[in-house]
Design a protein around this ligand. Sequence first.
Ligand code: GAL
Length: 717
Amino acid sequence: MTKLFPRLFLFLLLFLGNRIVSAQSLNWTETAPGVWKVSVGKPEAYTLLTAAGSQPNRDALKKLGTTAFPLSKNDISIRVKNGKTYLRFPLDRGEQLYGFGLNFQTVHQRGKILKLHVDHYGNKDNGRTHAPVPFYVSSKGYGVFVNSARYMDVYAGTAVRTDSKNPPPAQDRNTDKNWQAQPYSDAVEMLVPAEGVELYVFGGPSTMEAVRRFNLFNGGGCLPPRWGLGFTQRVNRLYSDKDVQKEALEFEEKGYPLDFIGLEPGWQSKSYPCTFEWDKTRFPQPEAFVKDMLSKGIRLNLWTNPYVSPDASIYSKITPFTGSHSVWVGAVPDLTLPKAQSIFWGQFEKDHVSIGVGGYKIDEVDGFDSWLWPDVATFPSGLDAEQLRQTYGVLVQKQSTDLFHKYNRRTYGLVRASNAGASSLPYVIYNDNYSHEDFITGLINSGFTGTLWTPEVRASKTGEEWLRRFQSVCFSPMAMINAWASSTKPWTFPDVAEQIKEISQLRMRMMPYWYSEFAKYHFEGTPPFRAMNLEPDFTGEVKKEMVNTNLEENPYAVAVSKEIKDQYMAGEYLLVAPVFTGQTSRKVVLPKGKWYDFYTGKLAGEGEVITVTPGLDKIPVFVKDGGIIPLMQVMLHAPKPNQKVAIEIRHYGQKPGHYQLYDDDGETFDYEKGQFSWRTISVTRQSDGQWKGSISAPENGKPNTIGNVTWTFMTGQ
Ligand code: GAL
């Protein structure tokens, strides 16, 4: 007995302190069609989804249909121990993983070790990024989401467990040239520093459907106002109202499109920290100025960071609701508190939104540990500094969107941090990194995370670089020059000024396409900009290659799979393959089926790798067989609500064409009350071999902005 007692005690201690939740006892409930949820241990009340406040679009999820639970439940294990939650999900040999936040260097995430942590991107994909969304999808057609506002460790198929059902063989590096430093791992493992967690699994059956379910679960993608999809110029930080008016006039006179102007820090009386009040020397009459710009068809977007200057009129009112640490000596509002929210956004409403300001660029909510609040900071809500860091970007997006909603005006802005749950919030992420290549990979990865990304243009060394960057930004969620420091304009490089005009006008002409594709993001969850890997006919999992097997140089060889990180899908039918400075030609991987040149309609290739030499004027763009691209007439500003616009419908290829063209007033939230319509476009071949196009009639009582329709059959007969 005396011997048994300590053993029993030890056993009980181990048993209680090491709560393993076996697969069978996990109670997965299907919370929406194809979306399963489980709560393990004691999940925290404050999560990513609470911060975002998003509600699933259940009707749209229903339309996606039911599907079976996509994983073997027995192979999922969750263990809560010493205040931490250990998660394990199975991983097959041939499986690839995507997502785990807004990464900039690789699309394939298998083999990564990440610490998901809101931060700026510092040239490394290590989990510290603007949107470290704890969601991944697999090439096998399912997704996993960990709804926690904690910094989280991810081992995305890196570690080999001794209890693996399918262990890799031990290999002899002396003699076996296939020896690898990273043997096959059969699990995705994650560590959440909390005593429990809420988890979601999204069914497919395809990877795209898993992504769509994730977006719809978060309320669907955002639907920007039409003007948000036009062109935007962010002007020099010290511009006055007169400088802004002069610049807008130059755009008009020179024939460059412009829908909104971004004012950078100098519009505020003080910034870094901020007053959120107009600088009276540069903007003596803000209301009249905003009105004047609106009368010219140009909205204003205001830069800010959320840190409250001691000179701000709201300072003393808000200080009781701010954190223990300052940022640039500005107070950090605890935006989880209703009191802080009403003081903070009350100022934004009074001085900006109520006089017609169209949106915000909310800066510095992401990172640089050396100037943000530290993890030892405390907040009056009692939430941890870490939880605020993971969600601050989401909170500002949600709360500012609600403010515009109150005025029944849509907004479209910029933010430097986001997280899961924010798909429906109309914000685009940006940063200061300025690598064109990484910007494209970021754009691709944004499609796996429910976020939007802009490869903004700032300055350039040459006209060539200016044009190459500009071409990419015109095929992205926000076509923007950010000239806050450089003072550049579209026409800054005279050698390419005409080409810049042409591509920015093309951006405008494509508005019916972009707008419909965003509507599909909103109503169906399909990301408008996304990886080739989400294309059904893309056989992109190119075989593994050993990297550097020279022992002298690298004694730890690792096999990596080749990935496509420099071309992407834009909307239903377009494949975009940007060209980078210095390149004159590039390879493009065309998925199965025929693909046509966007500009000429000629056949470009079919399920093959082609090499293109597009010349400086063109960004290579290809259209899927049967593709329909609706264009509008050239306009320098987005059409006004209910303004009728002439459209040209282009058809490409040999297959009949189908398209759903979305329409509403383009500015208000009336679409939420059913004030929208989808017009069906079809192109079919007639008995004489000629193509014929048709568009369904407008619905009575529904918005209809479509004027004269013309048809162009780009590929001919
Ligand atoms: C940076 C931001 C830039 C610009 C600048 C103004 O943090 O990324 O886009 O707004 O601040 O000071």
